[in-house]
Write a protein that binds this ligand. Structure first.
Ligand code: FAD
Length: 290
């Protein structure tokens, strides 16, 4: 059995203490040799500077391949293109290209900037026209809430692939049947770029439920029941979270999945354990064992 490919997603922290946690997590996860690590772009481009500085630091101070998330919200094509060029000049070779949401949050009808890129597909084409970046895009196993139907949703993914997308990373989900059904739809459409499931460990059920409600992902009753009453019992919550994520990842492996994108929430412990479960070993240990 080949070892799966993994990637880790981080977000730009707001405080110095959170920044320390982020770098400690990157340091802990780096020896697992991820295919890449990505850094999100705050809603409406609100973390532009912080995203840049973290991505740049990853490029300059680690051996990791950094991917910068980028959205087209509230920015002209010229402004977005400038950011893209800055990334290329800084040695970044991978962008996660997204439309994004209005600053008021998901659910507010999307209005593109009059001189801006309209969506992920246009942004992907724009990035590829600037330099030969690797481009990852989003995918939605439960259909994007703005899509009028499944055909429109898969059309959008197909447009991103036509624009040059190299890989699609999914919104998080908890029911693997949904991922399987989605894979089938995507394959039927003849889309053959890698479709990487996004896995979110449930560090806080309340927080994950809030994210899920915002982005239209479903939370099975079974999952809610597993965390019910554990709000004040951190130790038990962590054990349940580890078991839940391990169960999901192991089941996906059984379904033939061989790459995973982990939404780390800037925390290493649980994601590290999940990687060990699927066979990844830190390179230092591999070297020591050889
Ligand atoms: P697109 O794929 O461009 O479009 C999404 C949907 O919008 C389409 O399915 C379609 O319904 C509709 N649509 C788009 N264009 C058209 C059109 N021309 N005509 C009709 N309908 C259209 N958000 C952030 O702010 N920062 C991040 O860093 C970030 N990272 C993410 C990473 C991943 C892996 C994922 C899955 C999502 C991420 N998001 C992020 C959230 C994302 O910005 C939202 O889900 C947003 O609502 C859609 O962006 P998109 O790139 O998926 O949109």
């Amino acid at each position: 059995m080949t070892t799966p490919l993994v990637s880790f997603e981080f977000f730009p922290p707001k405080t110095e203490a959170m920044e320390e946690t982020l770098w400690a997590s990157i340091e802990k996860l780096a020896p697992l040799n991820p295919q890449f690590v990505s850094v999100t772009y705050g809603a409406g481009g609100s973390t532009r500077e912080r995203t840049h500085s973290i991505v740049r630091r990853i490029v300059n101070e680690t051996n990791l391949k950094a991917a910068a998330h980028l959205t087209c919200v509230a920015a002209s094509k010229a402004e977005v293109d400038e950011v893209v060029r800055e990334y290329w000049d800084a040695g970044v070779r991978h962008i996660v290209a997204l439309r994004g949401d209005m600053p008021e949050g998901p659910g507010t009808p999307y209005k593109s900037h009059p001189d801006g890129y309209a969506n992920g597909a246009e942004l992907t084409a724009g990035i590829k026209a600037i330099a030969p970046f690797e481009v990852s895009v989003s995918a939605y196993p439960e259909c994007h809430p703005d899509s009028s139907n499944w055909d429109a949703d898969i059309d959008q993914l197909a447009a991103k692939v036509d624009a040059g997308a190299d890989r699609a990373i999914t919104q998080f989900f908890f029911d693997n049947e949904l991922f399987d059904a989605y894979r089938e739809r995507v394959a039927k459409r003849g889309i053959d770029i890698p479709l990487v499931p996004g896995i979110i460990p449930v560090h806080s059920f309340k927080q994950v439920k809030r994210f899920a409600d915002m982005c239209g992902a479903s939370v099975p009753d079974k999952l809610a029941a597993r965390f019910e009453g554990l709000e004040t019992d951190e130790e038990q919550r962590r054990l349940v979270a580890a078991a839940v994520a391990a169960e999901q990842v192991a089941d996906l492996e059984k379904r033939g999945v061989d790459r995973f994108h982990f939404y780390t929430m800037n925390r290493a412990e649980l994601v590290y354990a999940l990687c060990r479960l699927i066979g990844l070993k830190p390179t230092t240990e591999v070297a020591a064992a050889a």
